[in-house]
Design a protein around this ligand. Structure first.
Ligand SMILES: [Zn+2]
Length: 364
């Protein structure tokens, strides 16, 4: 069965949108419970609080403890008073994933205020759950999508540019992950739509990423930045939403999940690991070194990691990389969506070969 989902229900990227937060909440609920990242709340909280205060809307607030985990869910659940009828996430990917998980358990609507453009978490009807140590556990799919996503471009622009870059990687990989799953196969209309969307955002990001990053660093909310924000937060989620299993993630995301077992990489962002995972997927697919080097040059231009050293490892230990490969290839992982058999040994070798190639590019 192919259940297509177009989400979120509403998406607004607009200057000054935070001043309308109360209006948007009121469309779906009357007693909001906020889950907000501490940094996000320090940036967006004053405008949101003012909007709620001016509209006479009381609210509950709990600061997010840092990881979307079952433990964080259990901590938050008893804090939600019975009168609450809408959950609001304010922050980055893991915070909004936690808000969605909480809302799903309580069967309440969720509205997200995305303060980073680092993933499609704001929009997607799913959450990625990690351990409190940030090791990947599972992805959970929901029947209900966020009722609204609000994006204030100035907040995204003023966040460290690294988050935008990570979001660019997490978004352009969609095409390279989904395309091999459909090669030579008959596609239904939903799959075709998902792939077209993946192709569109790939082209859009290749066109606008450099400029968006420059503008972000200059503190300018330019058209390039707005296009990248829409691609990263809204359009990205539609690929898997429309295409579902036929436009799902594959090698890059699985290799990212595998690498979350490496303690030195716990400060690497989701998109940074996924971007590196894509280079490893290219190795698995047998792409030539020169094709991969071309990609690495694009990565360097926008400051994405191209070696394990860039991702935080200080010495390359075979046992740790074998563990990562083992975790990447666990039964049910999306790497097995690739149209050829993939073994742990292949993945281990791909991670290592990509690192060596990346270091050689850096020192060329
Ligand atoms: Zn992702």
């Amino acid at each position: 069965m192919h259940v297509a989902k177009a989400y979120p229900t509403n998406y607004v990227q607009e200057d000054g949108i935070l001043a309308n937060t109360a209006d948007w909440i009121r469309k779906f609920g009357t007693v909001p419970f906020f889950v907000a990242g501490p940094t996000a709340w320090s940036k967006a909280g004053p405008q949101i609080s003012q909007s709620l205060h001016e509209n006479g809307l009381g609210f509950h607030l709990e600061l997010f403890a840092g990881h979307c985990s079952d433990q964080e869910l259990e901590r938050l659940l008893p804090k939600v008073p019975p009168s609450v009828d809408i959950i609001v996430g304010v922050g980055g990917g893991q915070c909004m994933d936690t808000a969605k998980l909480l809302a799903n358990r309580l069967k309440l609507p969720v509205l997200n205020v995305s303060t980073l453009a680092s993933t499609c978490a704001a929009s997607a009807a799913q959450s990625i759950i990690y351990t409190p140590e940030h090791v990947f556990v599972r992805t959970e799919q929901f029947d209900a999508a966020p009722v609204a996503v609000l994006v204030e471009p100035a907040v995204i622009r003023d966040a460290p540019v690294r988050y935008l870059t990570a979001g660019i990687a997490d978004t352009f990989v969609k095409w390279y992950e989904a395309m091999p799953l459909n090669a030579g196969k008959a596609m239904n209309a939903k799959t075709k739509a998902g792939l077209k969307m993946a192709e569109l955002i790939r082209d859009l990001l290749f066109e606008y990423s450099d400029q968006a990053i420059v503008d972000c660093e200059k503190g300018e909310t330019s058209e390039a930045l707005r296009q990248v924000i829409d691609a990263n937060i809204l359009l990205s989620g539609l690929v898997g939403g429309l295409g579902r299993h036929t436009c799902a993630s594959s090698g890059a995301h699985s290799i990212h999940y595998g690498m979350t077992v490496i303690p030195e990489m716990h400060h690497a962002l989701h998109g940074e690991l996924v971007g590196y995972g894509l280079l490893c997927q290219f190795k698995l697919e047998g792409k030539s070194d020169s094709e991969i080097v071309d990609f690495m040059k694009f990565y360097q231009k926008i400051n994405l990691p191209i070696s394990l050293f860039d991702l935080g490892m200080t010495d390359i230990r075979e046992d740790v990389l074998h563990q990562a490969a083992h975790h990447a290839c666990a039964p049910g992982r999306s790497i097995h969506n690739l149209p050829f058999p993939v073994s742990e040994e292949n993945v281990y070798q791909a991670i290592l070969d990509t690192h060596r190639l990346g270091e050689s590019v850096k020192h060329a």
